[in-house]
Write a protein that binds this ligand. Structure first.
Ligand code: GLC
Length: 573
């Protein structure tokens, strides 16, 4: 049984970001304003009121900057402009104004680890000589082997294959190699270079001056590479360098573990990154109330907490939590650990279950064995049990949204959208699919455009024309917003209720403790600001304790007041 000690206490100085619920918009798939099948900023502006009704505090946008879209916008060719696919800077300003009128904040995505190969700096590097200032903004090296025909080291791309590509020099001869931890269209910047650092200072200021409430920082633990670029010692399939959260040698101290991971993975989570973070933080601190949230896949959580010390990032996505299955013991462990390690550095935990890189949790939780990070589910894979996924996902969301700290919601999860698991390969766009020759189907299945009005057209109202850059699965008609709005028991109404009560009882800034007195071997219970959150994981129904039921995932609560397996209830004691 867990301890009943108080693990989180309310803070007097709780800035908005410590407790906020932030909604992630994936711009190409939220709403299409011009009928071309690609979501855009005007589409977002016209539909934004529904996010206010949902009850979120802010919106984080995946990149909408100028980009050849080789990695859906995470390959930026101009950091200070909007890609015409999504609109222009005026559309951005209008969107910020609309958000402001609704009391919502806008967070933009900063992609500092790499640019697009079409960025003017990379083009200049290609056309300059080895050793030139232009090349020195990126990571160019001579190859190994007699004629430089072998890559400079053994690093692998996160998307599969080699992390180096050889270029042709001005004289037509095969020349140097450049580093790309992701796709070959995404060359890594050289963050040791002052010019790169200065340029990003100005990018930060550009968006802060334009009204952005802050940044989600892409690959926030990348950027710095160990000097000399030594070989990777242990190839990991994940961005944390750990194959699984359990990849810890029992004899290792925390310091030994961290030192080992830094050594094994010379481009992830290096200590030098902290200097960059502090530099950015000092810029944000010149403005009111701005925030940075790190995409830092560094585990264990005690290591991740180093990224959110008082003068570093404000938040970091709790990927340890995201990777935790719907399991009583594991959830108890990760919540306790999160509150302890983040609490120790004065940071909130930032809970999250889904985003544009992982299998949607309504599908992920239908499986016993969770597929690895960055993978998707394709038509030839074992297909998920939809009902089980729905039940567990609703329960997992209700469990998460009662926890103290911040929370992130990925567009469509409030509709209970499942992953598109039968997407035909001909539609795939994720570089992972191409770089692994289809061995990993990649992330397109969680990026499918949202269904708004059931049956309005082929894209269920995502666009006026029915066009849609990825087709929706048939089931999306059932999940469309129009089917759920005002429908008792729908996932959308459940989320609205959860967010309303969370706010009403200030649970984001709550006093939290486990409540063993309400648990049995199949249940987990906690109390946050006087609200009991009880989850039944398996086995027999349990009697619901006395009190006012605020919200429950089980819309047909039995007359006797019993909570079934994979259900959650919030009770005001
Ligand atoms: C981050 C993004 C992901 C992108 C990668 C490279 O992990 O979330 O979508 O592919 O960085 O920028």
């Amino acid at each position: 049984m867990p301890t009943s000690a108080i693990l989180a206490k309310p803070r007097k100085d709780a800035g908005w970001w410590r407790t906020s619920v932030i909604y992630q918009i994936y711009p190409r798939s939220f709403a299409d304003g011009n009928g071309d099948g690609m979501g855009d900023l005007q589409g977002v502006t016209s539909r934004m009121h529904v996010l206010k009704e949902l009850g979120v505090d802010a919106i984080w946008f995946s990149p909408f900057f100028k980009s050849p879209q080789k990695d859906a916008g995470y390959d930026v060719s101009d950091y200070k402009d909007i890609d015409p696919l999504f609109g222009n800077l005026e559309d951005f300003d209008n969107m910020v104004a609309k958000a402001k009128s609704l009391g919502l904040r806008i967070i933009v995505d900063l992609v500092p680890n790499h640019s697009s190969d079409q960025h003017k700096w990379f083009q200049a590097a290609l056309h300059s000589a080895p050793g030139s200032a232009e090349r020195n903004r990126y990571v160019f090296r001579d190859g190994k082997g007699e004629n430089g025909e072998l890559p400079p080291n053994n690093w692998e791309s996160v998307f599969g294959g080699n992390a180096w590509t050889r270029i042709t020099e001005a004289d037509g001869q095969p020349g140097q190699w450049y580093l790309h931890i992701f796709d070959s269209s995404q060359p890594d910047f050289n963050w040791e270079n002052q010019e790169v650092q200065d340029e990003f200072d100005s990018v930060l200021r550009f968006w802060l001056d334009r009204g952005a409430a802050g940044f989600r920082i892409d690959v926030a633990h990348g950027m710095i590479k160990v000097a000399g670029l030594p070989d990777v010692i242990h190839h990991s399939s994940t961005m944390s360098g750990q194959d699984s959260p359990d990849d810890v040698k029992t004899t290792e101290s925390e310091e030994e573990l961290i030192a080992r991971l830094e050594k094994e993975n010379p481009f992830w989570g290096q200590p030098g990154v902290h200097d960059i973070i502090r530099r950015w933080r000092s810029i944000l601190d010149e403005y009111d109330d701005r925030v940075m949230c790190a995409e830092a896949w560094v585990l264990p959580l005690s290591r991740m907490a180093r990224w959110v010390r008082p003068d570093e990032y404000h938040q970091t996505f709790n990927f340890g939590y995201l990777e935790t299955p719907w399991n009583k013991e594991k959830l108890e462990k990760v919540v306790t650990e999160s509150l302890e390690v983040f609490g120790a550095v004065g940071a909130p935990s930032t809970w999250v279950l889904s985003n544009h890189d992982v299998i949607r949790h309504a599908t992920r939780m239908a499986y016993n064995q969770i597929p690895r990070q960055g993978d998707g589910v394709g038509p030839n894979y074992e297909q998920p049990d939809e009902a089980r996924g729905q039940r567990r996902a609703r329960a997992a969301s209700a469990f998460m949204l009662g926890l103290p700290g911040g929370a992130y919601i990925y567009q469509g999860e409030e509709l209970g959208l499942p992953e598109h698991t039968t997407l035909d390969n001909k539609y795939r766009q994720d570089p992972t699919f191409f770089r692994t020759k289809g061995e990993r189907v990649g992330r397109d299945g969680c990026r499918v455009p949202l269904p708004w009005e059931a049956g309005a057209n082929a894209s269920n109202g995502f666009s006026t024309t029915g066009e849609s850059w990825l087709p929706q699965p048939d089931s999306y008609r059932r999940y469309a917003r129009s089917e759920q709005e005002g429908t008792p028991g729908s996932t959308l109404e459940l989320y609205k209720r959860l967010l309303k009560e969370r706010k009403a009882f200030d649970m984001g800034n709550g006093e939290f403790r486990w409540a063993p007195e309400f648990m049995n071997e199949n249940t987990l219970a906690y109390i946050n600001n006087g609200i009991l959150v009880l989850a039944n994981f398996s086995g027999d129904p349990v009697v619901i304790p006395a009190g006012e039921i605020l919200v429950t995932t089980q819309h047909d609560l039995r007359l006797e007041g019993e909570l079934e397996h994979d259900q959650v209830v919030w009770i005001k004691l």
